[in-house]
Design a protein around this ligand. Structure first.
Ligand SMILES: *Cc1c(COP(=O)(O)O)cnc(C)c1O
Length: 414
């Protein structure tokens, strides 16, 4: 059988090691070594100058981390994959590779809290402007892009608004305007969504979520699909003349990521390699439960409204189905009558845990307005469409019955 024809899990589980393991270890060993020894000065020179791919120092590359990267590359078809120690490190490393003083980023206000703050505060201090707009409005996006735009950035399903942008329409605009499309796809895992099919150029994932396999560790991934002409990005112009398609990855790997020092550690890579092996299984179970739970909760009068793009009545149902298939994630939100009702519900939960994070094996509940967005001003929360009446649920692996019973007892007045 041809390796290319294998299924998602087949490819994943059969990704070869970079070198055969001397003991024939079936589980990728954790190479807990900072440095690597060379036989000769010539080999050392070759490794340091990029003429060989040998490992030299674990801030730059590490065999265990590289194996994790290779697995991701095998299942996605990306040109290159870089693993970092958090989703935020993946976002910041990507943006710093593309932006320089005077550039701008076109994005939406519907962003993960730290991403918003990274754009609005951290990058602003270095003279990089962020243009917040409605990414579902093509005319507005087109109008905001200009010659200094270094990226259009989006989350494929925003959190907690659950807004879905037409990716093909957006990538067509980016192509016409010659700007790379950078997408944070954390919310839908690789087994349900292929970024390349929708014209995304750089994909970013917080592997802390679905991939880690039970919230074991923080991690982030940068995937370069090799489908953007980097000659069009002023900061990468010289790099592209020398390296061609691989210019973004070269700038990232040979300069930015080693200077910022946020490479994934081998222990984390080991845990996430294992997590990846059960990704499809966990995702199928969690999304099945999510769907059943949402359908049942939708019928309760205490629930004012429920937001899940898998519901036929959802505004984004068709678009979500066309982009993410039948499994649009294991997260939903619902509104109760007031902030007080939300707090009362949260406090009564017995099975569902009060915690942040997404796609743990345990089901988690959070009131976003008072926590993730709790230090933002009411005006900013309003602009971001984060309501005081919303609860966010990340569905885990418990049974639907246990979860539903807990919701009911927490919702109904004693
Ligand atoms: C969690 C999350 C991040 C940040 O990831 P960390 O691994 O916590 O740094 C970024 N984007 C989205 C959509 C997330 O859910």
């Amino acid at each position: 059988m041809n390796k290319e024809d294998l299924s998602f899990n087949g490819k994943l589980l059969n990704t070869p090691y970079g070198k055969p393991d001397v003991y024939g270890a079936l589980s990728m060993p954790v190479y807990n070594s900072v440095a690597y020894e060379f036989d000769t000065a010539e080999e050392m020179e070759a490794a340091f100058t990029g003429k060989s791919a040998d490992h030299a120092y674990s801030r730059i590359t590490n065999p265990t981390v590289q194996y994790f990267e290779n697995r991701i590359q095998t299942i996605t078809g990306a040109l290159s994959v870089t693993a970092l120690n958090s989703g935020m490190a993946a976002i910041s490393n990507t943006i710093i590779t593309l932006a320089k003083t005077g550039s701008n980023i076109v994005t939406s206000k519907h962003l993960f809290g730290n991403t918003y703050s990274f754009f609005a505060s951290t990058m602003a201090a270095f003279g990089v402007e962020t243009r917040f707009c409605d990414l579902t409005n093509s005319d507005e996006v087109e109008a905001r892009i200009d010659k200094d735009t270094c990226a259009v950035f989006l989350e494929i399903m925003t959190n907690p608004q659950l807004e879905v942008v037409d990716l093909k329409a957006l990538s067509t605009i980016c192509k016409q305007k010659e700007v790379p499309l950078v997408a944070d796809t954390t919310i839908i895992p690789f087994c349900s969504f292929n970024a390349k099919d929708f014209g995304i150029n750089i994909e970013i994932v917080s592997s802390t979520k679905y991939i880690s396999g039970g919230a074991t560790s923080l991690g982030g991934l940068i995937l370069d699909y090799g489908n953007f002409n980097w000659l069009l990005t002023p900061k990468l112009h010289t790099m592209t003349e020398k390296f061609g398609t691989i210019a973004f990855t070269t700038k990232l790997r040979k300069e930015i990521h080693r200077n910022l020092g946020a490479y994934m550690t081998p222990q984390v890579a080991y845990m996430q390699i294992l997590g990846l092996e059960t990704l499809t299984l966990r995702y199928e179970k969690a999304t099945d439960t999510c769907f059943k739970l949402v359908e049942r909760l939708d019928k309760l009068s205490e629930v004012e409204s429920i937001n899940y793009t898998g519901l036929c009545s959802n505004k984004y149902y068709e678009l979500s189905k066309s982009q993410f298939g039948d499994r649009p994630g294991a997260m939903f939100t619902f509104n109760l009558a007031s902030r007080e009702a939300c707090f009362e519900f949260m406090n009564k939960l017995k099975v569902v845990r009060r915690a942040t994070n997404l796609f743990d094996n345990k089901t988690l509940a959070i009131h976003p307005a008072s926590t993730i967005f709790g230090t933002f001003t009411p005006e900013v929360r309003k602009e971001m469409n984060v309501s005081d009446k919303t609860i966010r649920i990340s569905v885990g692996l418990e049974s639907v019955e246990d979860l539903y019973a807990d919701f009911v007892q927490a919702l109904l007045k004693a």
